[in-house]
Write a protein that binds this ligand. Structure first.
Ligand SMILES: [Zn+2]
Length: 266
């Protein structure tokens, strides 16, 4: 299978370390007032150039995240200062593509740092694959205001939604999706056969694991980043089962060290 994967640089987000790593900073008797830590996480998308067409994995943060598209209190918590310097069309150009080359979009989920480029596909017939449960969750959040990680203006467009149902399946030959609920109800991962330069499979688990610590140590994300911890743990077991059977390169959602190395292996 002649498949090439490109990394799209969409900038860097900052957030309190206790979000991606539960209890990372904890008061103890000997250190009752530890300093809070702001962590940095890269935001990236993947462009999968596949015989069946060109597929875009996630669409990043909206370029006006810091200019009012994200509510001020949300931006104060999840701060993506350079979102405006890395809009989707420019990130595509950096790897030799443009918007019109994108035949399919897969949204791992619809959080604000993943769905903010969907407006680029409004009014087109480009299919946008997203899990049924994620689309329902996003509109529930928009209607009730109960989950600030979803921004109605990201996804409430005239889009050619292509809902994914159930547990997983084949998108195209050699491209498989898996339902990985936990971080959100409808998170999906993508398994790309021969997705690395040396022909190894690529398993994009996305925000199932913000970084290697979540995946390798089973250290959960904290606070609002786990919709369901039991589901997250079950999804982690599912990922590890895939890993045992396929020996893929597992790609995390926001791991700075891994993202630095990725271009060398893709
Ligand atoms: Zn997320």
């Amino acid at each position: 299978m002649d498949t090439t994967v490109h990394l799209l640089d969409r900038g860097t987000m900052e957030l309190d370390l206790n979000y991606p790593l539960e209890g990372a900073v904890t008061a103890t008797a000997s250190n009752p007032n530890p300093d809070a830590v702001r962590a940095e996480g890269p935001v990236f998308n993947l462009l999968v150039d596949h015989p069946a067409g060109t597929l875009l994995w996630d669409t990043g943060s909206h370029p006006r995240a810091g200019a009012g598209h994200w509510p001020a209190e949300v931006y104060d918590t999840f701060t993506h200062r350079d979102a405006d310097e890395h809009p989707l069309p420019a990130a595509l150009e950096e790897v030799g593509y443009d918007l019109a080359d994108v035949d399919h979009v897969v949204q791992s989920h619809l959080h604000l740092d993943h769905a903010g480029g969907l407006h680029n596909f409004a009014g087109t017939d480009v299919p946008v694959f997203v899990h049924e449960r994620e689309l329902k969750r996003a509109y529930f959040a928009a209607a009730t205001g109960r989950d600030a990680a979803y921004i109605r203006g990201d996804f409430d467009h005239d889009l050619n939604w292509a809902p994914l149902y159930g547990d997983g399946g084949l998108l195209f030959d050699g491209l498989e999706w898996l339902h990985l609920p936990g971080h959100t109800p409808g998170l999906v991962g993508l398994l790309v056969e021969g997705g690395t330069a040396d022909g190894r499979d690529l398993f994009v688990v996305g925000d199932q694991a913000y970084s290697a610590a979540n995946y390798e140590d089973g250290h959960p994300m904290g606070r609002d980043l786990l919709h369901s911890r039991p589901d997250w743990e079950a999804s982690l077991r599912r990922c590890r089962d895939v890993e045992r059977r396929r020996d893929p390169l597992v790609v995390y959602g926001h791991d700075p060290e891994q993202v630095d190395r990725l271009p060398d292996v893709l």
